[in-house]
Design a binder for this molecule. Structure first.
Ligand code: IPM
Ligand code: MG
Length: 362
């Protein structure tokens, strides 16, 4: 029996609830596939500010470094709006500390949830795309300045930063439909002009077999609603990816369903649902744990290289949705915990599961 160490950072708002849900499903995976998962829980975000004054402590960083994968619930909330340190800084520092430059956010439409999508069935049926968001550059990490009567956030991209996320997206495309849409604002921004140049060169030199198109962020925001099936792999910079991935996530019915993986060249990856801390519904067993549970599936696949285990979790989510279980965000009355139990149960019981296409990494 193999032992894997997983750092848990539940964080704020609904973070602890969805983390418990993901752990419940991971326990089922351990049972069924005969692994041992050791969970090591630590503070991050607002919870860490309350306890220590800092959104990310050395202790949490050390624990993450010793783990094979990091699972995070959510950070942030209005309680810390006036605090000198913001909860979000903890997450950003963590991404930077581990060099997690590739944020992978898959979006697919479950047949059972087509009626829950805000778009017409004929527009969303069959949507299956993934956003490759650059995660450690751009305006998020440039110099920040504040004067009496001005503020600025510097946006910088280096060639190396663009090359490595572009390669990750092209490699993923090879294992999917073979198409990359690179999204920028090259008609206005210098960083976007560099982005387009570098992506074009990496494509020509290393991935000529992949189809590449360039698109502007504003028009992509529109086309994602008009014809989401057009997209396979969307490659974009940090801020545009933040916005587009929230937009893309509701195609499937709710942002509560969307998972993400953040990976670097080496060291542990970070796995977290796309949704935030949702303080309005926190602590009431109302939130949807599926984004967190699918993030646990990505943790199994990319973090621990347990491919059958990841597919079993994804299949379990689909089975449970097919049987009609719905949390409040999808108009149902199943609680977060009950949903997690249904999915864990399915992982334990179902003997056959479909193999999803594996995305290549590295
Ligand atoms: C996300 C979140 C974060 C981001 C916040 C919480 C810092 O919105 O992961 O998309 O902007 O990257
Ligand atoms: Mg976001």
């Amino acid at each position: 029996m193999k032992t894997y160490k997983i750092a848990l950072l539940p964080g704020d708002g609904v973070g602890p609830e969805v983390t418990r849900a993901a752990v419940e499903v991971l326990h089922a995976v351990a049972d069924r596939f005969q692994h041992r998962f050791v969970f090591d829980e630590h503070l991050i975000g607002g919870a860490s500010i309350d306890a220590t004054g800092e959104p990310l402590t050395q202790e949490t960083l050390v624990a993450c470094r010793e783990a094979q994968a990091i699972f995070l619930g959510a950070v942030g909330g209005p309680r810390w709006d006036k605090s000198p340190r913001r909860p979000e800084q903890g997450l950003l520092e963590l991404r930077k500390a581990f060099g997690l430059f590739a944020n992978i956010r898959p979006v697919r439409i479950y047949d059972a949830l087509i009626p829950a999508s805000p778009l017409h069935a004929d527009i969303v049926a069959g949507v299956d795309l993934v956003v490759f968001r650059e995660l450690t550059g751009g305006a998020y990490f440039g110099e920040k300045r504040r004067g009496e009567d001005f503020a600025s956030d510097q946006c910088i991209y280096t060639v190396i930063e663009i090359e490595r996320i572009a390669r990750a997206a092209f490699q993923a495309a090879r294992a999917r439909e073979g198409k990359v849409t690179s999204v920028d604002k090259a008609n206005v921004l210098e960083t976007s002009r560099l982005w387009r140049e570098v992506v074009t060169r990496v494509h020509a030199e290393e991935y000529p077999d992949v189809r590449l198109e360039h698109a502007l962020i504003d028009s992509t925001a529109m086309q994602l609603i008009r014809k989401p099936r057009h997209y396979d792999v969307i490659l974009t910079e940090n801020m545009f990816g933040d916005i587009l991935s929230d937009e893309a996530s509701v195609l499937g019915g709710s942002i509560g369903l969307a998972p993400s993986a953040s990976l670097g060249a080496e060291g542990p990856g970070l796995f977290e649902p796309v949704h935030g801390s949702a303080p309005d519904i926190a602590g009431r067993d109302l939130c949807n744990p599926i984004g967190a549970i699918l993030s646990a599936a990505l943790l199994l696949r990319y973090g621990l290289k347990l491919l059958d285990e990841a597919s079993a979790v994804e299949a379990a989510v689909e089975h449970v949705l097919d049987r009609g279980a719905r949390t409040a965000d999808l108009g149902g009355d199943i609680g977060c915990q009950a949903m997690a139990e249904l999915i864990a149960d399915d992982v334990l019981r179902s003997v056959s599961f479909s193999h999803h296409v594996q995305m290549h990494w590295g």
